[in-house]
Design a binder for this molecule. Structure first.
Ligand SMILES: Cc1cc2nc3c(=O)[nH]c(=O)nc-3n(C[C@H](O)[C@H](O)[C@H](O)COP(=O)(O)O)c2cc1C
Length: 376
């Protein structure tokens, strides 16, 4: 293992490796594990192999955001993604969370409902998926750039049914705390149920959950409020992607949407707002763009996390320029279990393999990426 210098991260000019206090959580650095679906939770139950996977990516005082975790039976849209609505699932998360805690990590669970990004085969008794709309979704290519997924046209939720879904999110948050997680990240990004409500390309409702910007954001904010009341604002984060249009979920005025959410969230005193960079027009490639998250960063009073296409240099810059407090890394962390250490040492990085992002093997492409100790 390379010998460490005795200088602090400040002295070595590695802003990413400086400490940060996020509410009650004392973080030792700013390199966050982004939520990463890996589809290795057979039958929606977290598996023992996830203990090693998350443990490999844990550092003392590092923040990890778990893979998207389904809140209820209707929330499923992909094979073998973990859930957190049954006792069995909650129990199965415990040893995974315990191991992260044993190594000093801080672990949030990303709670998720896919909405119309689903198919009859994932729904109990072959029912139609639910959404804010009944507009169908065309087949999509996944973020590995390889798989094509097909969807069943959704059923539009009635106004009366919406409180039940809000309640499912609340119960999932309570279950996450019971499993030992330090908090939850509400998945409000990437074209899934909450994003479907927020975006005007999808939401065609005429009740109090559709039409104006305030109405479209109502569902998201009711979920935030319910969860804050259940587990406390210091344990709650939310992920948003106002500028993205994955899963045909775009908005005609993403700047206004992002700003409205950033300002509205202040009311609930949540721990963090985690936003995907506008340059991630596509889920897995960055492109040139003139839009910026700075207005949202300025409007939001809590911790601001950015994600999407970051490397070491870019991450250091965003911290030093105060455009974010923390930076979440997806593909680089997937392929480099010891990413914070590599950033500290400015060591070379392993390359990720898209072909094994979502394969079900409990080791290959999952826990077999080497860390520096194992390579040297
Ligand atoms: C394999 C894979 C799985 C992902 N799963 C999720 C997920 O469960 N929840 C989520 O919000 N984003 C998910 N994303 C998006 C990442 O969190 C991240 O925003 C994206 O990869 C861009 O960041 P990067 O350039 O650092 O990889 C996933 C991305 C990849 C590559």
């Amino acid at each position: 293992m390379p010998k460490k210098e005795n200088k602090t991260a400040e002295e070595k000019h590695i802003p990413l490796m400086t400490p940060y206090k996020m509410g009650n959580f004392q973080l030792s650095h700013r390199v966050v594990l982004a939520p990463l679906t890996r589809q290795r939770s057979y039958g929606n139950v977290p598996q023992p192999h996830a203990i090693l996977y998350y443990s490999q990516r844990t550092t003392q005082g590092g923040l990890l955001i778990g893979e998207a975790t389904v809140i209820s039976e209707t929330g499923r849209g992909y094979k073998d993604t973990p859930g957190i609505w049954t006792k069995e699932q909650v129990e199965a998360w415990k040893p995974i969370v315990n191991e992260v805690h044993a190594k000093g990590g801080i672990f949030f669970s990303q709670i998720w409902h896919v909405g119309r990004v689903s198919n009859k085969e994932f729904q109990t008794s072959g029912q139609d998926p639910i959404s804010c709309t009944d507009k169908p979704l065309a087949p999509q290519i996944r973020s590995n750039g390889l798989d094509v997924i097909h969807f069943t046209p959704p059923r539009r939720l009635t106004t009366n049914e919406i409180p039940q879904i809000v309640n499912d999110f609340r119960i999932a948050a309570r279950n996450a705390i019971e499993a030992g997680f330090d908090g939850v990240e509400i998945h409000g990004a990437h074209g899934y149920l909450i994003d479907q409500f927020m975006k005007d390309q999808v939401n065609d409702r005429t009740d109090q959950y559709g039409g104006s910007l305030g109405n479209r954001c109502r569902f998201a904010l009711e979920i935030v409020e319910a969860i804050v009341n259940e587990i406390g604002g210091d344990r709650v984060g939310i992920r948003l992607s106002p500028f993205a249009s994955y899963m045909e979920s775009g908005d005609t005025n993403p700047s206004a949407l992002g700003l409205y959410m950033a300002e509205s969230l202040n009311k609930y005193g949540i721990a963090y707002c985690h936003v995907v960079e506008p340059r991630m027009k596509q889920a897995w490639e960055k492109s040139e763009c003139s839009e910026s998250l700075v207005p949202m960063r300025k409007a939001f009073k809590g911790t601001f996390i950015v994600a999407g296409g970051y490397d070491r240099e870019d991450g250091n810059n965003v911290v030093v320029e105060d455009r974010a407090d923390l930076v979440a890394y997806g593909r680089l962390f997937l392929a480099n279990p010891d990413l914070p250490n590599r950033f500290e040492l400015n060591a070379p990085l392993n390359k990720y393999n898209r072909e094994t992002f979502y394969t079900s093997d409990p080791i290959v492409g999952y826990t077999d990426y080497p860390s520096l100790e194992t390579t040297s």
